[in-house]
Write a protein that binds this ligand. Structure first.
Ligand code: Z5A
Length: 217
């Protein structure tokens, strides 16, 4: 039986560079011989991608915040059982673009939903599954929004007011301060090369520690 893989999540506000960072991490980790599943939330499964479409669509009927929360966790339940758990059990590393920290940041920080409700759903849907390492790409909201808006069409979240994104950022930083062993904060406001240097350092750390935990036979 192979050793269980590492579960790495990448978090941050709109347009901070998560997709760009994940593409770099994927290439770097694969070059280190790591077998990897790269995935995202909401999404990652057939049902999850369908729910993502509904969650991001701009519609004239506003989405109730509790409905939004439950859809996030419905997508997550399917994603975990269908893709994340099987990959980890097979010894693959999982690199996931957003996970439950995003729920705390957006649904609790952004929308004002009680953290106790999210914690209860987290336990129900995830059991004991938690990320081994979370990279928080942090940048001033104005930088992330400017990058996101350069891409064109805005989704339902990207149309929120500035104060919403400030609360999201503050919640992420609070989560990172409360779990400093799991989080690595990356200064994503810097030029791409400097962001990649920081990501490379984390990759080296993770692969070195993995090698110690699972030495080659
Ligand atoms: N959501 C939620 O509410 N609750 C939950 O539980 C979960 C999610 C899981 C979809 O996420 C939405 O779901 C999200 C929160 C909510 N809100 N929105 N919108 P998403 O991850 O798909 O959406 P996003 O945050 O907007 O991600 P994104 O648009 O894909 O942005 P990104 O991945 O962080 O950035 P990027 O595409 O890599 O980069 C953006 C641009 O900047 C691009 O042109 C890059 O070339 C450029 N870039 C990147 N890095 C740099 C640097 N360092 N310098 C200069 N330019 C750069």
């Amino acid at each position: 039986m192979s050793a269980r893989g590492l579960f790495i999540t990448v978090e941050g506000g709109e347009g901070v560079g998560k997709s760009t960072g994940i593409a770099f991490l994927e290439k770097t980790l694969q070059a280190h011989g790591v077998e990897l599943l790269v995935t995202r939330e909401p999404g990652g499964s057939k049902l999850g991608e369908e729910l993502r479409r509904l969650l991001l669509a701009v519609d004239d009927e506003p989405l109730d915040p509790t409905a939004e929360l439950l859809l996030m966790f419905a997508a997550r339940a399917q994603h975990i059982s269908g893709r994340i758990e099987p990959a980890l059990a097979a010894g693959k590393w999982v690199l996931c673009d957003r996970f439950t920290d995003a729920t705390y940041a957006y649904q609790c920080g952004g929308r004002g939903i009680d953290r106790g409700a999210v914690s209860a759903l987290e336990n129900l849907v995830q059991g004991t599954l938690r990320p081994d390492c979370t990279l928080l790409l942090d940048a001033p909201v104005s930088i992330g929004l400017a990058r996101a808006r350069m891409r064109g069409d805005l989704d339902r979240f990207e149309l929120e007011e500035l104060a919403f994104f400030e609360r999201v950022r503050a919640t992420y930083l609070e989560l990172a301060a409360g779990s400093s062993g799991r989080f690595r904060i990356i200064d994503a406001g810097q030029p791409l090369e400097q962001v990649q240097e920081q990501l490379l350092k984390v990759c080296k750390e993770l692969t070195a520690c993995w090698g110690v935990r699972h030495p080659a036979p």
